[in-house]
Design a protein around this ligand. Structure first.
Ligand SMILES: *[C@@H]1O[C@H](CO)[C@@H](O)[C@H](O)[C@H]1NC(C)=O
Ligand SMILES: *[C@@H]1O[C@H](CO)[C@@H](O)[C@H](O)[C@H]1NC(C)=O
Ligand SMILES: *[C@@H]1O[C@H](CO)[C@@H](O)[C@H](O)[C@H]1NC(C)=O
Ligand SMILES: *[C@@H]1O[C@H](CO)[C@@H](O)[C@H](O)[C@H]1NC(C)=O
Ligand SMILES: *[C@@H]1O[C@H](CO)[C@@H](O)[C@H](O)[C@H]1NC(C)=O
Ligand SMILES: *[C@@H]1O[C@H](CO)[C@@H](O)[C@H](O)[C@H]1NC(C)=O
Ligand SMILES: CC(=O)N[C@H]1CO[C@H](CO)[C@@H](O)[C@@H]1O
Length: 514
């Protein structure tokens, strides 16, 4: 036996022995987000770890070493579409999102199941917490005194960037809530800068204060400031990838994991498979995700889609919740629920009409399906813009929809002449090409943080640094002062020298004249 194989056996045995006890808290009522977390939790179990999961979605079938702490269901059952859509309310939209976070914070913290769980004296090795909006659950870090990993099922927002001092320079890094994409013009840079500042101030001085109050009621008055605890977060998993969104520099503790929820496609329900198989010109799949109730779309806009669909030879699979649609064209099939990834994986599916959630986009790119993206709110605007800039799809604004606009977009996406399918395939190949599959990446980093006791060495020195130092305001002020003094001195010296010279000159001129 070679030395190498002895070493690898020893390492393997060592790895077998290690199994950790992990607490995970996913309080939000977004089922699509939870599906991502669930994949990770189940993989942890497969790796012989034990998990306790606080969420609104207890497992239907219990699993060994997986304990559920089931919260009350706070879901309001999806969003109705306002008559004109969520008009781009760049500067206010995110207030609602943070308020929603605050709501979940309060409901969850005070729910009987959670309060009962807090009485435990179980020892954990790590806490994983959904770091979507708000920080009230960081009180758990204080209680259990173990490292914390944050996870979000969406791309980074400005407050995540600032927390980890991840670069967010608005000269080239988009604010994903805006539909401008990479801010290239002066106005876009100005908008992005202002939005970044407003969001951060609201986060720190409004929601932050409310979070603190709610957390203190549960974790006790001696709870340190959540904003201080949050500087101890070891790592942040983020649902994005540089092949989808514009590439940006990432500090070591920010780990991109998009695609982690994507497994192998399963068999389609028979009637859907037959419908897709038997379409001679391919199929367009249309879904606005699980949160938006697409059947609340206004009559006028629904007719735009229907009329555009009538004009194409393709069949359309439309996720339409309420089960009936007046004047449904023959080439349209409606279903309450559809296995999205399995459908996108079918080779006869030629295009995807989506609201631009990061889940749908990842799945479509993975399968190489070009998209028509009609973003509604949140990060969807930025996601849509980015896919369009990469050539994998077309961005349509909900406000400006018309039959003609939809029809044109469909023909562009479907016509091989425009090459969009090829481009989407190319983007998909980039998306899938990784040093380590995303799920393995996640497990690696979770174990890494535990192995290295919080791995605080990953953080840059900027974390927790006062703003004036981080922005070098003191250095800039000093240099400006120095420059002013220098200019002042040069000015006075030159002025006095000139004055003396001139006086001499005029003296000698006078002498000459006399
Ligand atoms: C988990 O434990 C089982 C039984 O001890 C072992 O056979 C398996 O290899 C372990 N898996 C990992 C990933 O360590
Ligand atoms: C939670 O409640 C909403 C609205 O009542 C319902 O639509 C949804 O199915 C419920 N979710 C779960 C997981 O029970
Ligand atoms: C952050 O972590 C350090 C080192 O483990 C610890 O001393 C400090 O108390 C923590 N800060 C907060 C606010 O929990
Ligand atoms: C659909 O087509 C595929 C590939 O041609 C075939 O394997 C599958 O059996 C078909 N499914 C049905 C339900 O006809
Ligand atoms: C379903 O939606 C359509 C179109 O919006 C509407 O006319 C119909 O009444 C709805 N049906 C139910 C059962 O809500
Ligand atoms: C809608 O169309 C108008 C006129 O073409 C244009 O000025 C506006 O920017 C469009 N809105 C969006 C959100 O694209
Ligand atoms: C690490 C750990 O706690 N593993 C447990 C998983 O569940 C089995 C059976 O319930 C226990 O025997 C293990 O100790």
């Amino acid at each position: 036996m070679t030395l190498l194989s002895v070493i690898s056996i020893v390492l393997a045995l060592n790895a077998l022995g290690r199994s950790y006890n992990i607490l995970a808290v996913f309080p939000f009522d977004f089922y699509s987000h939870f599906q991502l977390y669930e994949v990770i939790m189940k993989e942890l179990i497969r790796q012989n770890h034990t998990v306790t999961v606080v969420s609104q979605y207890p497992l239907k079938k219990s699993l060994k070493n997986y304990t559920d702490i089931a919260l009350v269901n706070t879901s309001q059952g999806g969003f109705d579409i306002p008559p004109d859509g969520w008009k781009l309310k760049d500067y206010t939209e995110f207030f609602h999102i943070l308020e929603l976070g605050q709501y979940h914070c309060e409901v969850t913290l005070k729910s009987p199941a959670f309060l009962e769980f807090l009485k435990t004296d179980e020892k954990f090795d790590l806490i994983i917490v959904e770091y979507h909006t708000g920080e009230c659950f960081l009180g758990l870090a204080h209680k259990f005194k173990v490292p914390v990993i944050g996870i979000i099922a969406q791309p980074l927002t400005i407050w995540h960037n600032n927390k980890f001092k991840n670069p967010s320079n608005p000269s080239y890094i988009p604010n994903n809530f805006l539909s401008v994409g990479i801010p290239r013009t002066f106005v876009d840079r100005l908008k992005t800068t202002l939005l970044n500042i407003i969001y951060q101030m609201f986060y720190d001085y409004y929601i932050g204060v409310k979070n603190q109050k709610a957390a203190e009621e549960v974790f006790g008055k001696d709870l340190p400031l959540l904003s201080d605890i949050s500087q101890n977060i070891s790592l942040l998993f983020v649902n994005s990838h540089f092949s989808i969104l514009p590439p940006t520099p990432m500090v070591p503790p920010v780990i991109e994991i998009a695609g982690v929820h994507i497994g192998r496609p399963k068999k389609l329900p028979r009637h859907i498979e037959i419908w897709i198989n038997e379409s001679n010109h391919g199929v367009v799949y249309f879904s606005m995700g699980s949160l938006i109730k697409v059947d609340t779309v206004s009559e006028g806009r629904r007719n735009m889609f229907i009329n555009a669909f009538r004009r194409i030879p393709q069949r359309v699979l439309w996720k339409w919740e309420n089960g009936s649609m007046p004047d449904k064209p023959d080439n349209v099939m409606i279903e309450k629920w559809m296995p999205q990834f399995d459908i996108l994986s079918h080779p006869n599916v030629k295009a995807f009409i989506t609201h631009g959630g990061i889940f749908g986009i990842s799945e479509a790119l993975h399968c190489g399906v070009p998209m028509i993206i009609i973003p509604m709110f949140g990060d969807q605007h930025g996601n849509a813009k980015s896919v369009e800039e990469n050539g994998g799809g077309i961005y349509l604004s909900y406000e400006n929809l018309s039959e003609e606009v939809i029809y044109d977009a469909l023909t562009t996406v479907l016509d091989p002449k425009f090459n969009m399918k090829a481009k989407a395939k190319e983007l998909g190949a980039r998306f899938k090409d990784r040093p380590l599959p995303p799920l393995k990446t996640v497990i690696y980093w979770i174990e890494y943080v535990i192995r290295h006791k919080g791995a605080s060495h990953l953080k840059t020195a900027a974390v927790g640094m006062p703003l004036y130092k981080y922005l070098l305001l003191d250095v800039i002020a000093f240099l400006l002062l120095f420059m002013f003094i220098f200019i002042f001195v040069v000015y006075y010296v030159t002025k006095s020298v000139l004055r003396i010279l001139l006086r001499r000159l005029s003296c000698s001129a006078k002498l000459k004249r006399n």
